[in-house]
Ligand binder design. Structure first.
Ligand SMILES: [Zn+2]
Length: 164
């Protein structure tokens, strides 16, 4: 589990990668035995965002599919380029408790958030409009609109990350 988390953190933007790895190591060390923070996603490609945006809108999402709602649940409001994940500036986590995945927000969940915040990340759990408890991001003053302009004008490094 930890190996997969670190592999995902290594896909973050070069400016956030080290900070996220340090915060993650601290979270692993400080959570009690049997509880483990697990990184579920970091970098999301534009193509992956398009596929997620389509769910519940133009493509069937088995999750939430009913006779009244044949397309199932909508998963995200972010189109490709509108998510900080698209630039490697965001990550999502959950907890592994005794080897089982847990999305429940308990004191250990909040501890992981506090540790990442201490290292400069913003938590989606603090958002008023659309709470996103698994989400952590580091924008460094950049709005996705600016990042999208940089991306579209080719201001990207050899690995595809926007140069900011
Ligand atoms: Zn996220």
């Amino acid at each position: 589990m930890e190996k997969k988390s670190i592999e995902r953190l290594n896909a973050l933007h070069p400016l956030t990668r080290e900070k996220a790895l340090v915060a993650y190591a601290e979270a692993v060390a400080k959570t009690p035995k049997g509880v483990h923070p697990f990184i579920t996603q970091t970098l999301r490609t534009f193509e992956e965002s398009d596929a997620l945006y389509a769910l519940g809108r133009t493509k069937v999402n088995p999750d939430g599919k009913t006779a009244k709602k044949p397309l199932g649940n909508i998963v995200t409001n972010a189109k490709a380029g509108q998510s900080y994940h698209n630039y490697g500036l965001a990550l999502d986590f959950c907890l592994q408790i005794d080897g089982k995945t847990s999305w429940g927000i308990d004191e250990n969940w909040l501890l992981v958030i506090e540790i990442f915040k201490k290292h400069g990340f913003e938590s989606g759990n603090d958002w008023k409009k659309f709470k996103d408890a698994p989400h952590l991001e580091m924008r460094m003053g950049n709005h996705w609109k600016q990042l999208l302009i940089l991306h579209n004008s080719g201001k990207i490094d050899k690995d595809g990350y926007v140069i900011i």
